[in-house]
Design a protein around this ligand. Structure first.
Ligand SMILES: [Zn+2]
Length: 268
């Protein structure tokens, strides 16, 4: 193999490693944040942070797909997975704009409220300010909590606009994105191999496949495929609701209670 070819392969492998690792990190944060929302003293503020971070979820995997030398089939599957993610939370992008520029929206100065209502610089508008609302609601559907961040305001064309993001749907969509992107990765591109090796070197005991399997069952999840390694996404199903989950052994062991996001907020 030529030196150039070798180097190109290294760049591609590194792009996958970084992209997949960042995606895992982002998913873990979202999981933690949605739990935080459910028990927060200020759930709306925590929901706002989740919506801001949500927009960044596809970025690391988009960088994989943009890397020269990534094979065409994987690239297509990654882009398709990103499109699915974006369409699963259609209001996320605009709601993020509102949350990020809340001060403007509260004064009627938001970009969606009046991009060109006045010549030159937009001026604060008391009526637009009065009509602006940002709300957090915690509904319950089939015994499952449904935390939703939503906003209502009058658009620059005078029409009312409503945007909402169901946080559970959003976290589910991020997980589906993760599963799809991991499936799109060529073999040998598993993320965090170095981290696993580091963990072993630092003396963390990595479980045998049998122990890992038993430990997952104890936490209420049924593995659906052979043990892939402690820090690699593992396809499992929730024994309570049957949902398919992509979780890592390490993350499941670190938390108490079910790792199933679909069962969040259910009574005991
Ligand atoms: Zn469940």
């Amino acid at each position: 193999m030529s030196e150039r070819e070798d180097k190109r392969k290294q760049v591609v492998a590194e792009a996958w490693r970084i992209g997949l690792s960042e995606l895992l990190r982002c998913q873990a944060w979202l999981d933690q944040q949605v739990r935080r929302v459910l028990s927060s003293t200020d759930p709306q503020l925590d929901a706002q942070h989740l919506v801001i971070e949500l927009r960044k979820v596809p970025e690391p995997v988009r960088s994989i797909a943009m890397t020269a030398g990534v094979d065409e089939d994987s690239r297509k599957r990654v882009f398709a997975a990103i499109r699915d993610f974006v369409s699963a939370v259609p209001d996320a992008r605009l709601l993020r704009n509102v949350v990020e520029h809340l001060d403007d929206y509260r004064r009627g100065l938001g970009r969606l409220q009046q991009p060109s209502r006045y010549p030159g610089r937009p001026q604060p508008d008391a009526e637009l300010a009065r009509q602006f609302q940002l709300d957090f609601t915690m509904g319950v559907e089939d015994g499952v909590a449904r935390p939703v961040l939503c906003t209502r305001f009058i658009r620059d064309d005078g029409r009312p606009q409503q945007l909402s993001v169901d946080l559970i749907d959003a976290v589910r969509a991020a997980r589906r994105l993760g599963v799809a992107v991991f499936r799109a990765a060529p073999t040998g591109m598993a993320p965090l191999a170095n981290k696993t090796q580091r963990s072993a070197a630092e003396g963390y005991r990595l479980p045998s496949p049998e122990k890992a399997m038993a430990a997952m069952l104890l936490q209420g999840v049924q593995p659906l495929e052979p043990y892939p390694g402690a820090n690699v996404l593992w396809k499992c199903s929730c024994q309570r609701c049957g949902s398919v989950l992509a979780v890592t052994y390490t993350n499941v062991q670190r938390r108490s209670g079910s790792p199933c996001v679909f069962c969040l907020g259910r009574g005991r």
